[in-house]
Design a protein. Structure first.
Lengths: 413, 401
């Protein structure tokens, strides 16, 4: 039940679930096939580690395909928004365009600023790349389709995705370019600030589910759409939107793309990067986008569980991917519609609105958890009613005040 | 005067300032609208000072002009404000024609048909110019899509210009004494009918689009947040810097040469002059970036109105070129100003009676507006600098000439 028991938090981190299958694989598959003389001497632990590394290799090889698809999707989506066709030349309907771009980037000159800090400059793309891919290890793509189901999954994700900002600062600093430095500092301020509402809105979920394990969070949403955590209390409903907007800020996309604002600071922290190193940043950005959408789906939108209870076609993978891509599309939609915020407005939004609302959310969730039992039909009914009334009134009041419809200002002829 | 006596209560001022950093924004920068170079003195994100350095696109227009005959100068004016080249042609031709009219011995007048064609084309050109300004401003603020919408519509206008003069950007269409006859457009011909119909089609398509763009960008909360109340240029300041056109009207000065000093046949048309005012319920301050931008959006509607009036009347019959053997203005000098999309475009010409001018001086509206940059940008943030450059809508070809 609770992970915060008396014998310490970190002693309780349980990697066993994740390693069991690898040990089983070694004992059931490999050892029976060994020559008889070697059976007693085969180191099971080492074998386990090797099997895990092998699987990680497959994983690392497969996950980059995601950005490949997403980059093309982004270009096609933006093209549709803008009365264009997007890439059409390479492959049928331009489907191989990203591959061609990747090959081009491979052959580009790998320029390293001579006055910069060479070590940091070389290291930075790998830190960002590695940490954004490490996040995927804890995301449950479907029933038992996850790399490691350890009991602090969401905590691990928060921790590992915070490392990205280190890579960004390293990239900005080591480039010895003023634009890069500006971009890196913007990014540092932005990501560090938005981690707070992000973490706090995750906390509302954790409080309701009483677990940090990703698979347990999904399991608690298994009884159809109304048991999804977004509908379970009005506070998680608010938390979902805070989480989603903050995660857009986390992955530096419009309207929060200040760290790489092209029209202001050229390209931000990766101004000086070229060739494959630039491609790593690019891939990491799209991987991140998918990762945060996947986390939002897992935490709030039922993960791989279906709209109806008991749905597990292909382990729920198709449903999970569709929901995640829906959020990714929403991000693209926002990107190609909205302008960019200024840095002080960005901070205002975070510190003056999101963080107070998040704290209020946590308080509310606590009270909600005291009043209602988990998964109570009554609680879900009341929660949905409150959400419905809230949305209607928000539309009625905010719709009028927020809509700015300027009239043409003319003086008579 | 400094007093040595200690004041009663010493206020310790918190100075959250760090080391200053000097950054060169431009000449190669995505949003300096060409080759403007801004020397920014930054304190973190805050701009202590922004000093514009110009001259990267200087092509000696004025010196060239001294060695060319009057008609030969027109293509050079194309390259000043290349976004609104028709208006530049016209501004120069108007000045030369004024000089020619002063000649008592010759009976010189621009034909009616040419005047109508000029107004028609130049108002369409004004729309094209403002569209570009709208699109790039959206991009400066971070919205990419309005940019492509603007270019999509501008493309249709460029095709129209291509029909009458064969060029898409540097037209050399308006000539001294009329308009170019390179592609002859006979009165009442099928070509003329088609051309006018196409313009009508475009206007029918374009007029609702302006409202769409207002919904997409002008009324957008983030856009409003970024531009309202930023870089306020008061009316006094605008006048003292010589800002003209939409920049001046954005500061609330009701001044438009087309209405207040009507040249050509502008007095025959009915149109309004958009002037900004304070809109407290939205948060717009008179003279801020948003006001300047909004004036352009509203001006497009007024241009549509003027073009519609011409289409309703139809083009008059007659020649499109005055009977002019050679352009040889009498001895004298002239300064004539006209309302180009970016403001008052003036040409000062000194003639000694030969086919070549002694001196030509162009008064660039962008140059005057850009000079306010330093004062406008003090104490703002880096992102605001971009917002200012876009809102005063400079074209470096005209600033540097």
């Amino acid at each position: 039940m609770s992970d915060f028991s008396s014998d310490g938090f970190f002693q309780n981190i349980n990697l066993q679930d994740g390693t069991n299958w690898a040990t089983d694989f070694v004992q059931d598959v490999i050892i029976p096939r060994l020559p008889e003389a070697a059976v007693g001497h085969f180191p099971v632990e080492l074998g386990t580690v090797l099997v895990m590394i092998g699987c990680a290799g497959i994983f690392v090889a497969l996950v980059p395909l995601l950005p490949l698809v997403l980059v093309l999707a982004e270009r096609k989506v933006s093209a549709r928004f803008q009365n264009r066709t997007g890439p059409m030349r390479v492959g049928p309907w331009g489907t191989l365009q990203t591959l061609a771009d990747g090959v081009k980037l491979l052959f580009k000159e790998d320029f390293i600023p001579p006055q910069g800090d060479k070590v940091l400059f070389l290291l930075a793309p790998y830190i960002i790349f590695a940490s954004s891919f490490a996040v995927f290890a804890a995301i449950p793509f479907g029933q038992s389709i996850l790399v490691s189901d350890f009991n602090i999954g969401i905590f691990y994700i928060m921790a590992i995705s915070s490392v990205i900002v280190m890579g960004v600062i390293m990239a900005g600093w080591s480039s010895n370019s003023k634009w890069s430095l500006l971009g890196a500092l913007r990014s540092a301020a932005q990501i560090v600030s938005y981690e707070i509402p992000l973490g706090l809105s995750i906390l509302t979920v954790v409080m309701l589910v009483e677990s940090l394990s990703m698979s347990q969070i999904v399991d608690s949403q298994s009884n159809g759409i109304f048991t999804w955590l977004i509908f379970r209390s009005p506070f998680t409903f608010i938390a979902f939107f805070i989480f989603f907007i903050s995660s857009i800020a986390e992955v530096n996309r419009t309207p929060f793309d200040l760290p790489e604002a092209e029209s202001e600071i050229v390209a931000g922290f990766h101004t000086e990067y070229s060739g494959m190193r630039f491609a790593l940043f690019f891939i990491a950005e799209y991987a991140n986008m998918f990762a945060v959408s996947a986390i939002a789906v897992t935490l709030f939108l039922g993960g791989w569980e279906g709209v109806l209870p008991g749905y597990d076609f292909l382990g729920g993978l198709p449903g999970f991917v569709i929901k995640t891509l829906g959020l990714v599309f929403l991000m693209m939609w926002l990107r190609w519609t909205l302008p960019r915020l200024r840095v002080d407005q960005l901070m205002n939004l975070c510190w003056k609105y999101f963080i107070p609302i998040s704290f209020f959310n946590i308080l509310g969730t606590g009270v909600w958890g005291l009043i209602f039992q988990q998964d109570d039909v009554w609680s879900i009914g009341i929660s949905c009613a409150i959400i419905y009334v809230g949305l209607i009134s928000a539309y009625a009041f905010a719709g009028k005040t927020l809509a700015r419809k300027p009239e043409p200002q003319v003086s008579s002829a | 005067m400094e007093s040595t006596q200690p004041t009663e209560s010493k206020i310790i001022e918190l100075k959250p300032f760090t080391d200053e950093m000097i950054v060169n924004m431009g000449p190669q920068h995505p949003s300096t609208h060409g080759v403007l170079r801004l020397e920014l003195r930054l304190d973190g994100e805050i701009v202590r000072e922004a000093i514009p350095h110009i001259g990267y696109l200087h092509r000696c227009f004025e010196k060239h002009s001294e060695n060319l005959s009057y008609p030969q100068i027109i293509p050079f004016t194309d390259r000043m404000d290349y976004v609104a080249a028709m208006n530049q042609n016209w501004g120069f031709c108007l000045a030369v024609e004024k000089l020619l009219e002063a000649d008592e011995t010759k009976d010189f007048a621009v034909p009616e048909r040419a005047e109508y064609l000029r107004v028609l084309i130049c108002e369409l050109n004004r729309i094209a110019s403002h569209l570009l300004s709208f699109g790039t401003y959206g991009m400066d603020i971070g919205a990419f899509t309005p940019f492509l919408y603007a270019f999509r519509d501008r493309e249709r206008l460029l095709l129209l210009f291509e029909k009458v003069c064969g060029a898409r950007l540097t037209y050399n269409y308006i000539r001294i004494g009329g308009v170019s006859e390179i592609i002859p457009m006979e009165p009442g011909s099928v070509f003329e009918q088609n051309f006018l119909e196409e313009i009508e089609e475009f206007l029918d398509y374009f007029e609702p689009k302006i409202d769409e763009y207002n919904d997409l960008l002008t009324a957008n909360s983030i856009f409003a947040e970024r531009t309202m109340g930023v870089a306020v240029m008061t009316a006094e300041m605008a006048l003292s810097y010589g800002a003209t056109g939409p920049n001046l009207r954005g500061s609330g000065v009701d001044w438009d040469l087309r209405r207040d000093e009507p040249y050509s046949i502008y007095d025959r048309f009915d149109f309004n002059v958009p002037v900004s005012k304070d809109i407290p319920e939205l948060g717009a301050v008179l003279g801020d970036c948003w006001s300047r931008y909004k004036v352009r959006m509203d001006e497009m509607k007024e241009s549509v109105k003027i073009v519609r009036q011409i289409l309703a009347e139809g083009l008059p019959d007659g020649p499109v070129m005055a009977d002019l053997k050679a352009v040889r203005p009498p001895k004298g000098e002239i300064y004539f100003r006209s309302e180009a999309p970016r403001g008052e475009l003036g040409f000062y010409i000194v003639s000694d009676g030969t086919p070549k001018p002694v001196r030509v001086k162009g008064r660039s509206p962008c140059f005057s507006a850009l000079s306010a940059m330093q004062e406008l940008s003090r104490g703002l943030m880096v992102a605001d600098i971009i917002a200012i450059i876009g809102s005063i809508d400079i074209v470096m070809g005209e600033v540097d000439r």
